[in-house]
Write a protein that binds this ligand. Structure first.
Ligand code: ZN
Length: 87
């Protein structure tokens, strides 16, 4: 997947989940796939472009859900189950 396709897929999933993404950055990170800011700025390691679709969807979804749920509570996990499955 190239960077443009990736950005589009993030916006598509954000719309599904109902959160607003203000910026999407790709930048190498040492210990993790991604990070997010409260203002809706997401940063992903470019390695996410290389991993399988299913895995990438869950990485993106994880960050998107943090725009709504700051921690990994019950609702966070429920939403991961709801949206992290399929395609
Ligand atoms: Zn998290």
């Amino acid at each position: 997947m190239n960077r443009l396709e990736f950005r589009e897929s993030v916006h598509t999933l954000a719309k599904e989940v109902g959160v607003t993404v203000t910026e999407i950055h790709l930048r190498s990170m040492r210990n993790k796939w991604a990070s997010c800011s409260a203002r809706g700025r997401l940063t992903f390691d470019p390695k996410v472009l290389e991993i399988p679709d299913f895995e990438r969807r869950r990485v993106v979804l994880h960050e998107l859900l943090h725009l709504r749920y700051p921690n990994h509570g019950r609702m966070f996990h429920l939403m991961m189950e709801t949206y992290g499955g399929g395609g």
